[in-house]
Design a protein around this ligand. Structure first.
Ligand SMILES: NC(=O)c1ccc[n+]([C@@H]2O[C@H](COP(=O)([O-])OP(=O)(O)OC[C@H]3O[C@@H](n4cnc5c(N)ncnc54)[C@H](OP(=O)(O)O)[C@@H]3O)[C@@H](O)[C@H]2O)c1
Length: 375
């Protein structure tokens, strides 16, 4: 099977970067050709530069690769995944886009910019319509920026989308219990976090309150008109490694029962499922009927970590309904979401192998070899 796209992972040594390396190892379309990080890591073999923390072995093809500096002229790739520290990602990602490389990013700086899609391919696939306008406005040729949301937002909006579609959403209250890996590595020190719950994560509540309004918004010409849904968020860091649990209450516009909500969650599918994209879970939401699920340790790897698990759906005496959800923060909430976004961009012919950019016109089908390639 021929892999058609050469991809760079920017910030490959961090926790999300490691997930990209793991998930892309056997990807049918994307071949990793560059790993980048800070000046401290550049020039080292990846196995020396990374503190590998995942429970599968470090892939040999990545282990022996030299880490590059994070500059567009240092990588040979068709596009880049960014897992850069949010403090440095903004200008670096713009440099790559200006140099002609699309950037599919996990980082926060560009998420709320008017011409940048804040995309979860199975929630708001139509938001890729912003890309041509972004290229025009910013003078990018083949490059562009697409972002995926904050990890807690990714879980929350996946559950809100079918409710908004079926019943109309009015207001949301969410309380999160977020894993240590959400803070990256080394992140929160073990002395602070073990035997403890920390009721504060910098800028997290703001992201949870703002990002869903853009994601659930509608394309209005060259911009997204945000939804009127109001979100109230309270966040906590808890001593688990992976998986953000969220207690959610919702106020709906239409009438429904708990069984109606369960059906709306369980039956929800979107474009990536219909297109059969390689990283699309069969269903974005998995409903657990047991009264004590989802649980972080038991449920975070549902559908390879790409499904959001929902349970405890019941009436709420303050708003209308409440439920619990679980999202794997570095897979569905980060690297896995970005990979699915890139598959959707390829399917929409917005990502084109560079070898073909001279020969393939806009809207024309690139030629793919082997099964599993975009059609
Ligand atoms: N962790 C999550 O669950 C999660 C979920 C969604 C989104 N995100 C976002 O994804 C991004 C990565 O998160 P993470 O948890 O993987 O963070 P992390 O573990 O701290 O990794 C940060 C990465 O950025 C690199 N870096 C730092 N400064 C740099 C510079 N000046 N130039 C080039 N590279 C630089 C680091 O390289 P060195 O090793 O060389 O320092 C490392 O590879 C962040 O923007 C974060 O907000 C994280």
């Amino acid at each position: 099977m021929s892999k058609r796209y050469k991809v760079a992972i920017l910030g490959a040594t961090g926790l999300v970067g490691q997930r990209f390396v793991q998930l892309l190892e056997s990807h049918p379309w994307f071949e990793v050709t560059a790993l980048t990080a800070s000046g401290d890591s550049a020039g080292k073999h990846y196995r020396e530069a990374v503190h590998w923390l995942l429970d599968s072995p470090l892939p040999p093809s990545a282990a022996d690769r030299l880490v590059s500096r994070t500059h567009a002229d240092q990588v040979d790739a068709d596009f880049a995944f960014s897992a850069l520290d949010s403090g440095v990602a903004g200008p670096i990602e713009e440099e790559f886009a200006r140099a002609g490389l699309p950037v599919v990013s996990n980082a926060a700086p560009h998420r709320m910019e008017e011409d940048v899609p804040l995309l979860l391919a199975d929630v708001n696939p139509e938001h890729v319509a912003l890309v041509p306008e972004q290229q025009r406005r910013r003078g990018y040729s083949t490059g562009f920026l697409v972002t995926n949301p904050n990890c807690s937002t990714a879980g929350l909006v996946t559950a809100l989308k079918p409710l908004d579609d079926a019943f109309g959403l009015d207001a949301v209250s969410v309380v999160t219990l977020q894993a240590a890996s959400g803070a990256g590595h080394p992140g929160v020190s073990s002395v602070e976090l073990l035997d403890n719950v920390i009721p504060y994560i910098a800028k997290e509540e703001e992201k949870l309150e703002e990002e869903p309004r853009k994601i659930l918004g509608r394309v209005a010409g060259p911009r997204i008109e945000p939804t009127s849904v109001v979100v109230s968020a309270q966040v906590n860091r808890v001593p688990v490694v992976d998986g953000h649990l969220e207690s959610v209450s919702v106020k709906l516009r239409g009438k429904a029962s708990p069984a109606d909500l369960a059906r709306a969650f369980a039956e929800y599918t979107s474009e990536p499922q219909r297109a059969g994209l390689p990283s699309a879970p069969e269903f974005p939401l998995v409903v657990r009927r047991e009264r004590n699920r989802p649980q972080t340790r038991l449920d975070r790897m549902a559908s390879g970590g790409m499904a959001v698990v929902v349970g405890r759906i019941r009436r709420c005496p303050v708003l209308d309904f409440r439920f619990t959800l679980l999202v794997h923060n570095t897979i569905r909430g980060a690297a896995g979401a970005a990979i699915l976004n890139a598959e959707w961009l390829a399917k929409k012919r917005l990502l084109v192998p560079r070898a073909q950019t001279g020969s393939v016109g806009a809207g024309e089908e690139p030629r793919f070899v082997g099964s599993g390639a975009p059609t």
